[in-house]
Every structure is written in structure tokens, then in C-alpha cells.
Design a protein around this ligand. Structure first.
Ligand code: DX5
Ligand code: ZN
Length: 215
């Protein structure tokens, strides 16, 4: 099981300590949410912060771009230490080209789907993808309630991946805790993003460990 703690819920006043805690945890990824106030109704941090996160972290940087025209920043994400770059289907007119550009930049390519977007829209690109991100909340904020239809979408994504001979991992993002995490893991999820559940816990490392041991 791959756990990807979402830094959006971290205490930014103590970012180095939070990253130190993650470095000593069972998390394999670190989830970095970039928002532009246009694609989603919220703005998060920009590239200088991301660069510093990369310097202080020994984890795989899983960058979730919730911005319009994400292709404009592929080079910048790579420069700031991005290992996996997730773009939204809904924000990417020429999705096939963007996927190739991310791979040409030597990053893993991943596409996220909003709750209202069916899995079938990925049928022509799934074989090229390293990861699919099923949003289990409407993107924009951490601490929202899990949308249970995501479990069906994970199952559908798994079927599509098998049918098309894809090696893509399935990530689920939004409202994950030990209960919702178990539901999506049983449906075929490989990567669990968790913000509030990890950073809101009395013992964040233990929370990561609980998710890590769900499979
Ligand atoms: C939401 C972000 C998520 C968020 C998850 O738009 O993409 O990564 O931080 O936070 P929780 O786990 O609290 O829902
Ligand atoms: Zn995210």
C-alpha cells in the first residue's frame, strides 16, 4: 500500500518538522496540492515552497495540479522536484499531448477525474498513464466528506486498466480515513492520499501506518 500524505493539512509554521515526521514514516509519497483559484475555488502554495519541500523531503513528490492549462508548468514542476505530475482531465484540452510532455520531462504522468467525470473518458489514454487519480471529493479543500460513488469508480478504473493492459496505479484523493480507505483498497486502490486524517491525528505516523496496513 502506498500512502501519500497531503501537505495541505500540515502546519506550515512548522513545515520542516512535518516533513521530518513524514521522512520517518511509512509514507512512500508526499502529496503536494497546487491550486490556482480558477479551476478550483482556492489557492495554495507556489513553486518556491515546492522547491523547499523537495529539499527537505526524501519521499516521492506526488504533485496534484488543480489549475487550468497545467501544460504551462510542466518544466517548472520538474525543476521543483516533481516525480509524479497529476493533471485534471477537466482542465486539459489536449490531454494526450500533455501526458507525453510530462513523460518527456522525465516524470510519471497521472490524470485526475472529478466526481462528476466518468472513468470511461480515459479509455484512449489509460495505456500511457502511470497513475489515475479518482477524486472522492470535489477538489479545492481538505477535510471534506468522502463521496461513496468513488468506490464504484475505483472498480471501473481497475477493469479499464486490466482490459487495456495498462500498468497505471489507482490513487484515491479526498476524505480518506481507515474506513473509507478500506473500501477503496478492497475495490482496487493502490495509493491513498490523506490530509486531515494524517495531520489531524494525535499521532500522524501511526495514522499513516494504519493506512499502510489496510492491504
Ligand atoms: C483536495 C485535495 C486533497 C486534500 C485531501 O482538493 O486534492 O489532496 O488535501 O485532504 P483530505 O484527506 O483531508 O480530504
Ligand atoms: Zn490532492
Amino acid at each position: 500500500m502506498i500512502v501519500s500524505p497531503s501537505l495541505l493539512s500540515a502546519d506550515f509554521g512548522y513545515l520542516a518538522n512535518e516533513l521530518d515526521m513524514l521522512n520517518n514514516s511509512e509514507a512512500e509519497y508526499i502529496h503536494v496540492d497546487i491550486m490556482d483559484g480558477v479551476f478550483v475555488p482556492n489557492i495554495t502554495f507556489a513553486f518556491p515552497v515546492m522547491k523547499r519541500i523537495d529539499q527537505l523531503s526524501n519521499k516521492v513528490m506526488d504533485v496534484h495540479m488543480m489549475i487550468v492549462e497545467p501544460q504551462r508548468f510542466i518544466g517548472e514542476v520538474k525543476k521543483c522536484g516533481g516525480d509524479i505530475m497529476t493533471v485534471h482531465y477537466e482542465a486539459s484540452t489536449h490531454l494526450h499531448r500533455i501526458i507525453q510532455q510530462i513523460k518527456d520531462a522525465d516524470m510519471k504522468a497521472s490524470v485526475a477525474l472529478n466526481p462528476a467525470t466518468p472513468v470511461s473518458v480515459l479509455s484512449e489514454v489509460i495505456a500511457d498513464l502511470d497513475m489515475v487519480c479518482i477524486m472522492s471529493v470535489n477538489p479545492g479543500y481538505s477535510g471534506q466528506k468522502f463521496i461513496s460513488n468513488a468506490v464504484n469508480k475505483v472498480r471501473e478504473a481497475k477493469e479499464l486498466i486490466l482490459k487495456k493492459g495498462s500498468k497505471a496505479l489507482i490513487e484515491v484523493d479526498g476524505g480518506i480515513n481507515e474506513t473509507t480507505g478500506k473500501l477503496v483498497v478492497d475495490a482496487g486502490a493502490d495509493v491513498l492520499v490523506a490530509g486531515n486524517y494524517v495531520f489531524g491525528a494525535a499521532d500522524p505516523r501511526q495514522a499513516i501506518s494504519t493506512l499502510y496496513n489496510l492491504k
